[in-house]
Design a protein around this ligand. Structure first.
Ligand SMILES: Cc1cc2nc3c(=O)[nH]c(=O)nc-3n(C[C@H](O)[C@H](O)[C@H](O)COP(=O)(O)OP(=O)(O)OC[C@H]3O[C@@H](n4cnc5c(N)ncnc54)[C@H](O)[C@@H]3O)c2cc1C
Length: 409
């Protein structure tokens, strides 16, 4: 269920392992219609989450996870190369940058001069770089769909799953009986009882400039590096093959349950913020038009890492928390293994059946989440302005940590 990267990579890896398996993919809209076709195109693993993963899972399990996620970044590139998918895959450093004194920290092992070798902004301070890649997200999603069809996968688009009873799936127009069901529907996984309190819904939005190759030269941003700041609600920004900047903000509003809310897909206020911050980082972009702006739902996991769970003969993956392009390839390796009852290097990763704190039920989750989000946005803004946040803001923004959650970055 679900024709995003996770569902499609799961089908791909199933067919790699069992070429004669009969796999049917059901997609509500069109494959790649969700965030998989419209994300920021940062392909990264979990290098920056080593400390957090070590605390949660222990050193050796965390290391295995980080290595597997790193191999997934390379795996997507190899897939594109081998299968002739022109997804604009490009190896590129991912640089995380402090953009105000409050973000300075021991994690920043690059000086501002070193950061400036990737791109120049008066707001950039120290940072650190990790290996990664970038893609054009829709090209990857459509290319993957194409190759799956060539391999004989049966894909039913415009087939919304309305009910799952055991391993019988009912859609708007039909029914599938299967020995195994894999759920890969992003935040909609929360509609199924076993997963309901294991994730919540937020949103992320991006704005895209007109092509501006000469401005990129002026900024010194020509190595294709993908950048992000160190806010709690982070800004992420990169250049595209056709000389644009795509600038995103992970601070979109919360969703209620699994409802499809328009503001999750396009929230003008959140896009305005992205545009404002883009121009704050790069004042030389004054007058450069924004040609497109959009967003999409984010499946938030309380541990900031996805969860892979099994409930009888149904497996599910969800909770990418805004970092799913590279990790969904690994997710496909994990879920295909689970669906085949394999005991291997993927199904033994600590994200499978991980112990995680539960979110409260609705409407508490929406109310509490919205309040915490507002406090985090305010605390980020205070830090930018060099102000100390008020005690209530600090208290509310610090709540998830006290509840054993790592939200959202
Ligand atoms: C604006 C934005 C920018 C992002 N940028 C990045 C980035 O740069 N790097 C990164 O790593 N991550 C990024 N992400 C997150 C990343 O895009 C996602 O984590 C990833 O694409 C998730 O893939 P998925 O297959 O789980 O979900 P999706 O792509 O949402 O796919 C799920 C599919 O399930 C379908 N579906 C839902 N309900 C049903 C149903 N009832 N029946 C049938 N089908 C159903 C949906 O239509 C959808 O196609 C971004 C997200 C957004 C919104």
């Amino acid at each position: 269920m679900g024709g995003g990267y996770l569902g499609m990579w799961t089908a791909w890896h199933l067919l790699e392992r069992e070429p004669n398996a009969r796999v049917v993919l059901l997609e509500r809209d069109r494959c790649g219609f969700g965030p998989s076709g419209r994300n920021g195109g940062f392909v990264n693993g979990y290098e920056d989450k080593l400390e957090m993963a070590t605390e949660r899972f222990g050193a050796s399990a965390a290391r295995r996870l980080i290595d597997a996620a790193g191999r997934a970044v390379a795996g997507i590139g190899e897939f594109c190369e081998r299968e002739g998918v022109d997804a604009w895959y490009r190896r590129a450093p991912h640089v995380e940058i402090a953009t105000n004194p409050a973000q300075d920290g021991s994690w920043a092992d690059m000086t501002s001069t070193e950061v400036a070798r990737h791109a120049r902004s008066a707001r950039f301070r120290g940072g650190f770089a990790m290996p990664g890649a970038t893609v054009q997200p829709a090209r990857l999603a459509f290319g993957l769909r194409d190759r799956l069809l060539t391999r004989g996968l049966r894909i039913f688009e415009r087939s919304r799953v309305t009910r799952v009873t055991g391993t019988t799936i009912t859609t708007d127009g039909g029914r599938v009986d299967a020995p195994r069901v894999v759920v890969a529907v992003n935040h909609a996984a929360g509609a199924l009882r076993p997963f309901r309190r294991r994730l919540s819904t937020a949103s992320s939005h991006v704005v895209l400039t007109a092509p501006i190759p000469e401005k990129l030269e002026e900024i010194g941003w020509t190595d294709g590096s993908a950048l992000a700041d160190h806010r709690t609600m982070l800004h992420y920004f990169r250049t595209t093959n056709d000389g644009r900047i795509v600038f995103g903000w992970g601070g979109g509003r919360m969703g209620y349950g699994t409802r499809r809310r328009r503001a999750l897909d396009v929230d003008p206020k959140v896009c305005d913020h992205g545009e404002h911050m883009l121009r704050r980082f790069f004042p030389q972009l004054e007058g450069v038009p924004i040609e497109h702006r959009w967003g999409g739902p984010i499946d938030v996991s309380p541990i900031r890492l996805p969860q892979y769970r099994q409930d009888r003969r149904m497996m599910a993956g969800f909770g990418f928390t805004g970092n799913g392009v590279g990790p969904s390839y690994l997710g496909g390796q994990i879920l295909s293994g689970m669906a085949l009852d394999a005991r291997d290097e993927f199904t033994s990763l600590p994200l499978v059946d991980a112990q995680v704190p539960l979110f409260p039920p609705e409407p508490l989750r929406f109310a509490g989440g919205s309040l915490i989000r507002a406090a985090m946005v305010r605390a980020d803004e205070d830090a930018d302005q060099g102000r100390l946040s008020s005690p209530p803001v600090r208290f509310v923004a610090g709540l998830p940590k006290r509840l054993g959650m790592s939200l959202p970055r």
